[in-house]
Design a protein around this ligand. Structure first.
Ligand code: GEK
Length: 244
């Protein structure tokens, strides 16, 4: 993937508009997410490993909110089950256009991939063995999240998995501040200035709404999943797995 450096919030802005996954973000996205999400590379690699184990023959694997397709590529390299394909969805045309270019360069696997520009809330989920929401549910309005998780549960085959990675919130202000402070230290250590951190935070305030781990776990159980576990956490970023 290209690694053009993210400097979108480096200069002072008069007005900070809500964050959009447009062409400017797409261009620097690989760098932005790597420098902003602790453990991002490790999470991607391990989603590939989980897909390798849980993908089922003659089923679909979904990468919902795929951005440039990092999860798709990691899954593609690990899936060996016959007649298993990947459906990658994002509602940013810029991300899908660039994602398709990157996918075309990946000659290491023959697993079929369909990349769609669509709202993930509108797509049909059926005959699924692996569904991934890697830092995507946080962009779906909270009132619509349960309906989406229910649809994913309904579309999964028995033994199928949902992988859910999210930025998380805390009910205790003290714990919240602890994790947020360390996350900001992480971003500073990766070269972001205080101005960049604060302007990006303002841009994301209304569009990205994190919830507590307990809320995510309760919702997954409410949708029907019995097995729900946390397989990664670093500061205020976590990843869960739910098995049908
Ligand atoms: C990765 N999973 O690299 N329908 C489809 N896509 C959506 C929707 C929606 N309703 N809402 C947001 N998106 C990726 C990273 S980024 C996370 C995911 C982040 C898309 C949005 O366009 C963006 O590409 C992605 O979800 C979220 O593993 O930037 O923090």
């Amino acid at each position: 993937m290209t690694k053009k450096q993210d400097a979108i919030y480096a200069a002072p802005l008069n007005e900070i508009i809500d964050f959009h996954f447009d062409e400017r973000v797409t261009e620097v996205f690989a760098d932005m997410i790597q420098r902003s999400v602790p453990g991002y590379g490790m999470i991607i690699a391990n989603i590939g490993i989980m897909a390798g184990r849980y993908a089922q023959a003659k089923s679909h694997c979904y990468d919902l909110g795929c951005s440039l397709g990092a999860v798709t590529l990691a899954m593609r390299q690990r899936i060996v089950q016959p007649e298993c394909d990947i459906i990658a969805v994002d509602n940013s045309q810029a991300m899908i256009t660039r994602g398709r270019e990157l996918l075309a360069r990946d000659t290491t696997s023959t697993v079929l991939v369909t990349m769609l520009c669509a709202d993930l809330q509108d797509i049909d989920i059926a005959n699924a063995s692996v569904v991934v929401l890697n830092f995507t549910l946080q962009f779906i309005p909270p009132t619509r999240r349960l309906a989406l998780i229910r649809r994913i549960y309904a579309g999964l085959k028995p033994g199928g998995i949902l992988i859910l990675s999210e930025k998380i919130a805390f009910t205790s202000p003290e714990r919240g501040l602890f994790h947020e402070t360390l996350h900001h230290d992480f971003k500073r250590a990766n070269g972001y200035s205080d101005l960049e951190i604060s302007q990006k935070r303002t841009a994301l305030e209304k569009v990205m709404i994190p919830e507590t781990l307990a809320s995510h776990q309760q919702r997954l159980h409410a949708a029907g999943f019995d097995f729900v576990d946390i397989w990664f956490q670093c500061f205020n970023f976590a990843a869960l797995i739910a098995i049908k």
